[in-house]
Design a protein around this ligand. Sequence first.
Ligand code: PRX
Length: 567
Amino acid sequence: MSNIISYDERIKNFDWSISEKELDYQPGNVINIGWYCSDRICKLGKADKMALIWEGSQGQEKRYTYNELRLTSNGVGHFLRGLGIQPEDRVCLFMDKIPELYIGFLGVLKIGAIVQPLFSAFGDESLIVRLENAQTTAVITQRKHAPKLRKILDKMPYIKHIIIVDADPAKPLGDREVAFDMDHAFKPEDFEIHPTKAESPSVLHYTSGTTGQPKGVKHVHYSLISQYLTSKWVLDLLDTDIYWCTADPGWVTGTSYGIIGAFSNGVTQCVLDAGFSADNWYRFIEKHKITMWYSAPTAIRSLMKAGDEVIKKYDLSSLRHLASVGEPLNSEAVIWSEKVYGKAFLDTYWQTETGSIMITNFPGMKIKPGSMGKPFPGITATVIDADTFEPFDGPGKIGLIAIKPGWPSMMRTYWRNEETYNKKFKNGWYLPGDRSSIDNEGYFWFVGRDDDVINTGGHLVSPFEVESALLEHPAVAESAVVAKPDFVNMEVVKAFVTLKPGFVGSKDLDLEIMNFVRKKLSPLAMPQEIEFIDNLPKTRSGKIMRRILHAKEWGEEIGDTSTLEND
Ligand code: PRX
């Protein structure tokens, strides 16, 4: 069984109303993602179906049926209302991949508040800029992450509540802290869900650019229309599926497809909240008989590195369909996955701003390994000339990916940053900031980003943010941060640093600076390598030329250096 229909059939007479009809949504009416992901599935007769199977790092397990998902998220909504949280207030989720994160997400949406998921490994500086920009009212977190919030609370006047889901009753709570045990809280059977409309804000995800602070991508409840249908057609979700999306809901894949797409399609989804190891992942697939697996190229390359022998120890025959997102999926990985799992990982391309899959390979389509596939039905995408912003007249040329605005899950703005949002559009096209070519059969072939943002293991890191953090270290005079090639992560962060007088580069200083960045920002943003140099290449006007350092790392031609200061 599957939802497979040929690509040509899918695009013929495509209209987003297909999704609206399947969801029984009438334009203009109330649409609330929290309701669609829990109450509606119960109404469809699946109240006792397993919604979430969670496994922790110690092997502990928790299970929630759709009815439990409905009631527990009602409980979250009830509790938040009791605290005085209002519709459109920002409520941050700052947790590991524990059930409370998934259920809390639905509960916040049910009262019409805006969910702001933040990656639980973020350090204080990463937290400050995102909580400050969003003027967040409440943060739902775990006891182990609370100290990071306590440290910055003085600078956060907007935060009224820090809600701790696993507070220790024997220990006093800190300033503005309140304990809330979701599993044992009051769970109202009848809960008044806030009547959000299509354009009511839902999720605020932060993403990094080359310059400036991270941007808050504002999504609305209508995004469900895209997320539901792409989950059904691309991830091919069926009622019988046991689905595993390996992404963390601190990032968009973990919410669009790890929460909204999965639950609105009423599938059973499994979550593994443990570090990566090939054995553990294969064991998880075998144990839960995973049928649909949505992962990322870095994970696939790590599995490739672990080798083919380990695969033979496990029964992976339940796997029916595999897909990948976040970075270029090299053809070797596609071919390898077909060889070892009997199924190829299908590449999907999209980003935080697009909210759902834009360009993709999906079942029923001819797959060309190494290509991102074709635009999802209803998506008009092309490649345009970077100077004229006009589409090319023939195939094969490299240009900027350009998408006609107007699909349901398109971001509505960057939070309190309309100016940057407006810059993402040229000549009537939305520009994701990536380069690609299109072949003569309409397949897109990813080339690279059109900016200096580093994509490490599928996570975008802003060189600006890392450079700013480096400058706060007492030994650092100047810094320039670029991507360095890496087999598993595709790119890792490398920092070039000049030191202040009196400091000498050493292994100890190197480690100290790395740790400094890890604590301030996150393990992802931490430079994997620091090179101490005497002078950074600069233009005559004093601007650091990252391009030159980048080219050296990648063994590329350095190009035009006519503006270089020390020529
Ligand atoms: O550069 C593209 C890359 O990841 C960026 C989006 O990152 P983010 O907003 O964090 O969302 C990641 C998950 C949706 C894109 O602008 N990217 C994403 N998918 C692919 C990709 N690069 C190459 N191939 C892909 N399939």
